[in-house]
Ligand binder design. Sequence first.
Ligand SMILES: C[S@@+](CC[C@H](N)C(=O)[O-])C[C@H]1O[C@@H](n2cnc3c(N)ncnc32)[C@H](O)[C@@H]1O
Length: 392
Amino acid sequence: MYLISELAAKVGVSRTTLLYYERLGLVTGQRLDNGYRYYSEGDLQRLILIQQLQTAGLSLKECQECLQAKLDKSLLESRLNQLNEEIEKKQHARELLMALLGKGSQRELHQSLGKNAPNAYLNWLHVQGYSEKEALRLKWLSKDMNQHDTYMQDFMTVFETLERWGPGSTQDSLKALTLISPESISQVLEIGFGKGLSTILLAENSTAHITAVDNEPMAIEHLHQRIQSLNLAQRISPVCASMTELPFKEKSFDAIWAESCVYIMGMENALKQWKPLLKDKGMLMVSDLVWLTDTPDEDAMKFWLADYPDISSIPERLKLFKQQGYEVVEHFSLDVEAWKNYWLPLQQRMEGLKPSMPDSQAIADIEKEISIYEQSAAKDFTYQYFVLRKNG
Ligand SMILES: C[S@@+](CC[C@H](N)C(=O)[O-])C[C@H]1O[C@@H](n2cnc3c(N)ncnc32)[C@H](O)[C@@H]1O
């Protein structure tokens, strides 16, 4: 038998709480002849049981119903669901804190921000000290501030020796150039030229002067060397600048050429920002990743929605061009051979590098991307080449 103060000490609640429990009928003390209230071993065990039930989030009333076998099972189910949701949120919060502290991956955070709050996201990266170039690379490639430098080093190691930095073929580039009417252009701006394959092609198949912009110094250096050796230095001017802040006067160009790079600043932004640089009726050749079907393969859909959430259908893109004041002259899709021109040498390069870079996140990402290409490039999605004319 326990006095109320003894029972309260045993179960770690106050005397007042025990009196309240008694009023609810959860325990029943007995007043003995000496005037004191006493509680039994049964009362103690009942209280321990109630406390166990309370840790599952049951109210006192629910505990009571449970003890009387009257508690509705559906209530327990809904409580469990609620708890699972709370746990998931807490786990997410924990992962986020770990990611911010560099103790876990930031990938999910970066992907979600890039998709749902792109402007605030880029501003945040700038405040963290990233230049515009590095912020965009973080958004599109490394997706982790703590891993960014290593990631970019590995990424450039993979790509530095490759001829193509995006899918395409000489045939497709020539087709797009023909649609631009190369004989009628004298000043061309190429944006994001990579290894300069199309830069050389544009120079060799027109009489135009080509201003070639990229923000990667390695690409600029490589193009300089290439145009020297091909005797094209008078025809091609490499410029290191960002596609988001092009240092040219309005109406400087008869045509703009942007192959596999518009995603970096987004199609809509590019259409707006590049338009003033074109002369009246100037041409824009821009290629972009598009869906070829409304029901793409699930893996491809998941991959692109995370990696390029702006991916659209062809009709959506055509609508956007019209809205932004461009007439569509023609458009066509890259076939699987054009994709292979890109991914087969990339795959071969990876095989050579993998043994010496077994833990590289960049290598893992590129491998994943290649597997998506193998599965569904030119079937579910492709690069669409759009040849547009500026209205007015
Ligand atoms: C996927 S590659 C495409 C290269 C080339 N056009 C091709 O089709 O092979 C994208 C290119 O855009 C360049 N780039 C990335 N961000 C840029 C920026 N903000 N301004 C200019 N060029 C950029 C990269 O350095 C790279 O050369």
